[in-house]
Ligand binder design. Structure first.
Ligand SMILES: NC(=O)c1ccc[n+]([C@@H]2O[C@H](COP(=O)([O-])OP(=O)(O)OC[C@H]3O[C@@H](n4cnc5c(N)ncnc54)[C@H](OP(=O)(O)O)[C@@H]3O)[C@@H](O)[C@H]2O)c1
Length: 285
């Protein structure tokens, strides 16, 4: 592969997963084209500063996606359920996959979610499973990454504020075991896949960096924050069903089933894979 050929379109590059993929690809010598609705925004400007080509586009607008895909060897695909809902997520994913196939893209790396293939009944997991099947039906040369719960979820403003105040809350039990991943490691695996297509095309890999009980995570948070942090089952599942049924179904699935990434196998592939303490070491509370 000549360096000229190493051009990848990265969607979600101004966000967590796509941003990490873009940074890892640039570090590996790839050219990155970043699709965003906000090319003048600070995240897009930061990508330009790192050497990425920022292009305006909207995954809802098929023509803008076709323009962005033109000439790319690889495409990293992620859609945002929380902003758009599962139906629009599927439509946006189809636009990208269709455009990639029409443009002759050689490697399509799709970020789904851990457990998507296991009949979870969680709306925003089922939408990703539908997209996985749609992409497979197109015959694109594909790698599917299935990341678990992001460690970065703990940094969302409400969660961060609660943790600093001594409470780590989710609608699961203190002894529920939950796998988590640092989004930087999703980027590392994504870039690894683009760099070694023969090894990665045709694979679907659940990605995690740690697995502990919620009480176990709270113990590490106590050390990192420097004050007692307790895990609290809040809101209750019943309350959560009223607030956000999709999220509640996911929490119930965490309790009854849960993610199944092969942590030792992943660490063999990527030795710097961050466990929760390694991730916490990079966070300032
Ligand atoms: N949080 C978790 O624990 C977890 C675990 C597994 C999977 N997931 C899945 O991860 C996905 C979100 O990924 P993320 O957290 O990395 O994203 P994020 O940080 O929330 O950022 C969203 C990204 O999507 C882009 N985007 C949104 N709508 C767009 C559109 N119409 N056209 C083009 N770009 C658009 C945004 O770009 P601009 O705003 O710049 O246009 C931004 O880069 C969700 O589908 C979620 O279900 C989350």
């Amino acid at each position: 592969m000549s360096s000229q050929d190493k051009l990848a379109l990265v969607t979600g590059a101004t966000g967590r997963q796509g941003g990490a993929v873009a940074r890892h690809l640039l570090a590996r010598g790839w050219k990155v084209r970043a699709l965003t609705r906000k090319p003048e925004g600070p995240a897009a400007q930061a990508l330009t500063g790192l050497g990425a080509e920022v292009v305006p586009g909207d995954l809802k607008d098929r023509a803008s996606v076709e323009r962005a895909v033109a000439g790319c060897r690889g495409v990293f695909a992620v859609q945002d359920t929380w902003e758009h809902g599962p139906e629009s997520e599927i439509e946006q994913g189809r636009h990208l996959a269709d455009a990639a196939q029409a443009a002759g893209v050689q490697h399509f790396v799709y970020s789904s979610v851990g457990g998507a293939e296991r009949g979870t009944g969680i709306p925003h997991f089922e939408s990703k499973w539908e997209l996985e099947q749609y992409i497979a039906g197109l015959g694109l040369r594909t790698t599917v990454l299935r990341p678990v719960f992001f460690m970065e979820n703990l940094l969302m403003p409400d969660n961060r504020q609660a943790i600093v105040g001594g409470t780590f809350a989710l609608s699961v039990h203190p002894d529920t075991r939950l796998q988590m991943i640092a989004t930087d490691d999703i980027g590392a695996f994504g870039a690894m896949a683009f760099d070694d297509p023969e090894e990665w095309i045709g694979r679907a890999v659940e990605l995690a960096g740690d697995e502990r009980t919620m009480a176990g995570y709270a113990q590490s948070l106590t050390q990192a924050v420097g004050r007692p942090v307790q895990f609290v089952e809040s809101p209750t599942l019943e309350e959560m069903r009223g607030l956000n049924p999709d999220w509640a179904t996911m929490c119930e699935w965490f309790i009854d089933h849960g993610y199944e990434a092969d942590l030792p196998g992943l660490r063999q592939l990527h030795p710097p894979l961050k466990d929760f303490d390694a991730w916490l070491a990079g966070v300032t509370w």
